[in-house]
Design a protein around this ligand. Structure first.
Ligand SMILES: [Zn+2]
Length: 79
């Protein structure tokens, strides 16, 4: 049990979760302001850059990568 798959938002991230662009290539101003404020759910997996399936709920959101699993806003400690 040594190969644990990191979750979509687990650090270190390789891709911008709002842009799907490799972080090395991503300019800071390409991230929408609302996203930087934590008001929007991530749209892309931070591990592989795949577009995630996002569901917005009244109390938050969850986002699923087919490879890296699901991340839920309630797990992030955000309000
Ligand atoms: Zn992924």
């Amino acid at each position: 049990m040594t190969s644990v798959i990191p979750g979509p938002l687990q650090q270190p991230l390789r891709f911008g979760v709002y842009t799907g662009i490799e972080l090395e290539l991503q300019a800071a101003d390409e991230v929408p302001t609302a996203a930087r404020l934590g008001l929007e759910p991530p749209r892309f997996c931070g591990q592989c850059g795949r577009r995630m399936v996002v569901q917005v709920r009244p109390d938050g959101w969850d986002a699923r990568c087919s490879r890296h699993g699901t991340v839920d806003s309630s797990e992030l400690g955000q309000r």
